[in-house]
Design a protein around this ligand. Structure first.
Ligand code: WT7
Length: 646
């Protein structure tokens, strides 16, 4: 987003926000969070709300004991929510399944019993590689019921990526499916899992959900069909929820950072659940009659917090969808909203921009009058997309809750809140920090940036939903988040604060891309590219994209003996798809003779970016050899021509 065009002065409908609650949360966090935590069911109350004796290793609700599955399910069984729908699920083929809180509780207990029989104990890891089907949340809940720690690997990741994650956390059990549906075709999930399993010595048991019914290989004594196991467990199986310390880890979720190896973000039980519960309540204030649709896959943090733990703990009905937004037709989502009477839609700017392109006719074919609130997440929402969402979907009546947060933050951090006091929205601004969040914008030196000037977004104190650390890597945790500015959480994002104190999020300040809202480390792609025999050097950059926000473009230098060809380009693309996964597919591979470097040998990323944006090159005095810039420009021009021809 270009800063000059931000509509600082455009104020649309007022919406409730933090006000007094924020003040109170900062003035007396202990009292504030003690009061909020009481909304959950505790087996034992905490001794200390926040133990900050060893920063940046913060302990929230230390001494407290609870179980997150008990809060999501058991606790509703003695209330009218017992027979209320927890999930309505629709498959890609239109099949609908639904579960009341009680029915979900029964399924979860049965699966927990199976895991228990497999020997799963408190602290053991369960890896999950599933499409968006009800068995996915059921698996997560069964795991945490026993005190297990889950790690979900998005089903668009490759066998290699799955194996790396399983090995990093040494998972004992893997839950996967025979296959998945994607645009009417089947994806071979178990085959991919099998390739991963060839290199994952810690996995003892594999549970396979039958989704597509395709033929798969099953290893005797290791692999079991989910439905076979479930049919053998008594229907009223009960496994008591394991009493967990509030500070015990609840899950690990791998995400990309600035180095090649994904980071195992570890969240803790008590703080995470308090944060999920309150952020959803403050942000969207869901009521008993609401049907909440968060379109994120449970493979990402958005799905963990807002498709599983927060809505279940609040006793909210969630709609979950297996398919893609525009299959079989471009109005699939609007048809769903009409059919199920969705009341809150929480989605991404990429989806909105895609629908914008399809045109409003598709939207206007449907009655969307059940909607009462809209949300956005995952990447900056440009004012144009915001206005379209507001006008075409919200009919200029519904507020847009733009939520800024990260895998590491556990839940919303900066967002307008429909549950508290009133402020006007501005198209493209996530407005203000939530209670408990001390956000600021700093310059290089760690001084507050002047108003309306771009700087780094930082969070100046701990909050309950923050990551506990990186899985078994305390040093990297400190280094990644608390070293840029000592003891202050570094988000890796650029932001501006406007004269009204509103925050405008401007994208990543580091080597991380947001491609269609997915977080992709450029260094990860670069390390995979140079691992290919044809490549000696690689630099991956983001290129602006009208729908996906940005897309990766790779500049590569070939080893001697290799020469540029479309075939080699295809091979390299395939290499990325099979080592990282289809979500990291480069938009283009530009083969160059040399990469532009500084005198100290660092790749001039700024320059590559300028080449991609077609912008002026600016100061090139730090370049070792300006001719290479010309090479790159020439090659890029060449490639663009080729792309245009197609
Ligand atoms: C990065 C975190 C938030 C959960 C899903 C993504 C970007 C996220 C917004 C927003 C502008 C946003 C940031 C952030 N981001 N939400 N509303 N406005 N940017 O979690 O994969 O950990 O990515 O997504 O750059 O750092 P994630």
């Amino acid at each position: 987003m270009s800063e000059a065009s931000l509509p600082f002065n455009e104020k649309i409908i007022p919406i409730k926000t933090l006000g007094e609650e924020w003040e109170r949360s900062i003035r007396n966090p202990h009292e504030f969070w003690a009061e909020k935590a009481k909304a959950l069911r505790w087996m034992k109350t905490w001794d200390k709300v926040l133990d900050d004796s060893n920063p940046p290793f913060y302990k929230w609700f230390s001494g407290g004991i609870l179980n997150i599955c008990d809060n999501a399910l058991d606790r509703h069984l003695t209330t009218p929510k017992k027979n209320k729908l927890a999930y309505i699920w629709e498959g890609e083929d239109g099949e609908v399944r639904s579960f009341t809180f009680y029915q979900l509780y029964r399924e979860v207990n049965k699966l927990a019993k199976i895991f228990k029989n497999f020997g799963l104990k408190k602290g053991d890891r369960v890896a999950v590689y599933l499409p968006m089907i009800p068995e996915l949340p059921i698996t997560l809940l069964a795991t945490v019921r026993l005190g297990g720690i889950h790690t979900v690997v998005f089903s668009g990741f490759s066998a290699e990526a799955l194996a790396d994650r399983i090995n990093d956390c040494q998972a004992k059990i893997l839950v996967t499916a025979d296959g998945a549906y994607r645009r009417g075709k089947t994806v071979m999930l178990k085959d991919t899992a099998d390739r991963a399993l060839a290199n994952t010595p810690t996995v003892e048991k594999v549970v396979v959900v039958r989704r597509t019914g395709q033929q798969v290989s099953m290893k005797e004594g290791r692999d079991y069909y989910y439905h076979d196991l479930m049919s053998k467990v008594e229907a009223n199986a009960y496994v008591p929820p394991e009493p967990m310390e509030a500070t015990d880890p609840v899950f690990i979720l791998y995400t990309s950072g600035t180095t090649g190896k994904p980071k195992g973000v570890q969240h803790g039980t008590g703080g995470y659940l308090v944060w999920g519960y309150w952020t959803l309540k403050w942000g969207f204030d869901p009521k008993d009659e609401d049907i909440w649709w968060c379109t994120a896959d449970i493979g990402w943090i958005t799905g963990h917090t807002y498709n599983v733990y927060a809505p279940l703990a609040l006793g909210v009905t969630s709609f979950i969808f297996e398919g893609t937004p525009d299959y079989p037709a471009q109005d699939r989502w609007w048809e769903i909203i009409e059919k199920h009477g969705i009341t809150i839609l929480y989605t991404t700017p990429t989806a909105i921009r895609m629908f914008m392109r399809y045109g409003e006719e598709w939207v206007n074919k449907h009655d969307l009058s059940t909607l009462r609130l809209l949300g956005s997440v995952g990447e900056p929402i440009n004012p144009e997309a915001w206005r379209w969402y507001y006008k075409v979907i919200g009919k200029e009546k519904l507020a847009i809750i733009d939520t800024w947060w990260q895998t590491e933050t556990g839940g919303f951090m900066i967002a307008p809140l429909s549950g508290l006091e009133l402020v006007p929205l501005k198209p493209g601004s996530a407005t203000k920090p939530l209670p408990g969040v001390q956000a600021d914008v700093w310059d290089e030196k760690g001084q507050p940036s002047p108003i309306s000037t771009r700087g780094f977004l930082v969070i100046k104190g701990p909050w309950p939903g923050m990551l506990q650390m990186l899985w078994r890597d305390p040093e990297r945790y400190k280094q990644a988040y608390f070293s840029r500015f000592p003891n202050v959480y570094y988000t890796g994002d650029y932001a501006i604060r406007d004269p009204d104190g509103y925050f405008w999020l401007l994208g990543r300040a580091d080597e991380v891309l947001k491609v269609a809202g997915h977080r992709i480390g450029t260094v990860e792609l670069e390390s995979e590219l140079v691992a290919h025999p044809a490549v000696s050097e690689a630099a991956v950059m983001g290129k602006e994209d009208p729908v996906k926000g940005e897309v990766p473009v790779a500049f590569v230098v070939l080893r001697s003996g290799y020469s540029p060809s479309d075939q080699l380009r295809q091979q390299l693309v395939q290499h990325i798809r099979s080592t990282i996964g289809p979500i990291a597919t480069p938009e283009a591979i530009v083969m160059v003779n040399k990469l532009p470097k500084t005198r100290s040998g660092k790749i001039m990323r700024r320059l590559l970016k300028a080449v991609l944006a077609g912008a002026a090159l600016g100061d090139v005095s730090t370049l070792e050899d300006e001719a290479s810039v010309e090479d790159i420009k020439a090659t890029y021009e060449e490639l663009r021509k080729q792309l245009e021809k197609k």
